[in-house]
Every structure is written in C-alpha cells, then in structure tokens.
Design a protein. Structure first.
Length: 260
C-alpha cells in the first residue's frame, strides 16, 4: 500500500472496526486521513491518528452535506487525491433496536436509511472525483441484511439497501476502475453494537454456533479490508464478503452447543 492514500470515516475509538482496517492498511504503508463525528470523538480520534501518522480532515456528520464537502475538500488539500475509502458508519435510534421491527417509526426509518445507507452513496460521489487513477471503496454490513436477527430491525433493512447500493455503485464506477465492496462482519463489541438489544446473547450465540466456534476481531476484519482495498483484491467488485468465522453458512444450531 506504499504510496496509496485512504480516507477512513467511522473511527470512534480503538474498538471501532474502522480502526482495525486503518491499522491493517497503515501497516502496509498506506497514508491515511481520518474524519471524526463531533468534538467528543475528536479527542479520541486525534491520538489514534497520531499513532498511524494519519491526517485529520475534520468533523463530518453525514446528515449535514456541507460537512461531507468540507472533509473531502480538506482530504484533497492534504493528500492531493484518493486511492481508497473506508465507510464504517451506521446509526439508528436505540429504542428501535429492541422489540419488533413492525413498530418502526417513519422518522427513525428515514434517519437510519440516510445515515446507514445513503451516506455511502453520498461519500462515493465525492470520492469518485478524487480517484483519478481508479480506486477502491469499502463499507461495512451485517448478516441481519440477509436474515432476520432479533432486535436488528430497521438496521437490517438499511443494511439490505446498503448491500444493494454496493452492487449499483460497483456497476456505475467500474468503468473508471473504481471497485466497490462490503465486508459483512460478524458481531463485535463496539460502541455502535452496544445500542443493539441483547447484544451479549448474539455474541455468545455466534461463538457457540459459528464453524470456527468463536467471533471475529477488528484485526481480522481489518486484514479482510486490506485485501479488498489493495492490489490483492483488484479483480473483486460488487461483492459482499463475509468475515464472520463462517457463521453465514450455518442453517441450524450446533447440537453440541449448550442452551443459552
Ligand atoms: P463504532 O461505534 O465504532 O463506529 C460507528 C461509527 O459511525 C462511529 O465512528 C460514529 O461516529 C459513526 N457515525 C454514526 N452516525 C454518524 C453520522 N451521522 N455522521 C458521521 N458518522 C456517524 O461501531 P462499529 O461497530 O465499528 O461500526 C462500524 C460499521 O460496522 C457500522 O456500519 C456497523 O453497522 C458495521 N458493523 C458492525 C458490526 C458489529 O458487530 N460491531 C457487525 C457488522 C457490521
């Protein structure tokens, strides 16, 4: 990744999946720039950026297009262009990540779709202009897009739309040699995940039933990201790649697992 420039959006702290991807790409020589969402997170992101000798390109709240424009202008100023983009952003009202999907409000449906799905397209529009020599874009999704998961609710619907947008963006941007992929990560204890009802149960269930009999780490997702963002993934686009200890192939509870 030496000589490659990447914008990483979605680091909140050192447990963030975006941080795992940042570490993996920086370890291979990439030059990174980080955004942060609001002042409280700036204080957490600055020391992490310093650890990787990464630039900070400012506050970005994807519900405010002016802040998206500003961080891309600053990225161009500081890095001169882009070779890859990491989008690791999602949000939904915690009250609706519990109970039944059928009770979702129109307001939270729209907000979840805007932040967790449309924002990838919004940043892809800006990133395309900075990827003069082609590039690679990556977002994060979850198996709840494909199958019902307890409490995942409207986020599952947003992730399904996000996965569809990966395919449409890949088709649109492929002629410019820009690849677009998603990693479908297994459950990991992060700030965003703590908003999901009964998340400890989901973690334990995966640990007992995934083929590898464990969950994945941000470093494992980071290495998968490294492959998709680098020359190693040059033939891959429009893909939703699972990094979940194999959980997505399981159709039934492991008969040897204890009851939860
Ligand atoms: P995290 O809390 O570390 O990261 C979520 C990020 O989203 C934060 O940096 C936050 O600032 C950002 N964000 C939220 N609303 C925003 C807004 N309006 N504008 C800009 N940024 C905003 O949690 P994470 O688990 O690392 O999440 C990263 C991505 O991975 C998300 O898309 C999440 O859905 C996905 N994912 C997580 C898991 C998991 O189990 N943790 C599994 C699969 C996929």
């Amino acid at each position: 990744m030496s000589g490659k420039r990447g914008l990483v959006m979605g680091v909140a702290n050192n447990r963030s999946i975006a941080w795992g991807i940042a570490k993996a790409t920086a370890a291979q020589g990439a030059k990174l720039a980080f955004t942060y969402q609001g002042e409280p997170l700036r204080k957490r992101v600055e020391p992490l950026a310093a650890e990787l000798d990464a630039a900070i390109v400012g506050h970005c709240d994807v519900t405010d297009p002016a802040t998206i424009d500003a961080v891309f202008a600053e990225t161009e100023r500081q890095l001169g262009g882009l070779d890859f983009l990491v989008h690791a952003i999602a949000f939904s009202d915690k009250n609706e990540l519990d109970g039944r999907y059928v009770d979702t409000t129109a307001e939270n449906f729209s907000k979840t779709m805007l932040i967790s799905c449309y924002s990838f397209t919004a940043v892809a529009q800006r990133a395309e202009k900075l990827m003069a020599d082609g590039g690679s874009m990556l977002t994060l999704t979850y198996y709840g897009a494909e199958k019902w998961m307890p409490h995942y609710n409207v986020m599952g619907v947003a992730k399904a739309a996000l996965e569809a947008s990966v395919r449409y963006l890949a088709a649109d941007l492929g002629p410019k040699n820009i690849r677009v992929n998603a990693i479908s990560a297994g459950p990991i204890k992060t700030l965003a995940a703590s908003g999901i009802g009964d998340f400890r149960y989901i973690l334990k269930w995966n640990e007992l039933n995934a083929p590898l009999r464990r969950t994945v780490t941000i470093d494992e997702v980071g290495d998968t990201g490294m492959y998709l963002l680098s020359h190693l993934g040059r033939g891959v686009t429009g893909e939703v790649h699972h990094c979940d200890a194999g959980y997505h192939v399981v159709g039934m509870k492991n008969p040897e697992a204890p009851d939860l």
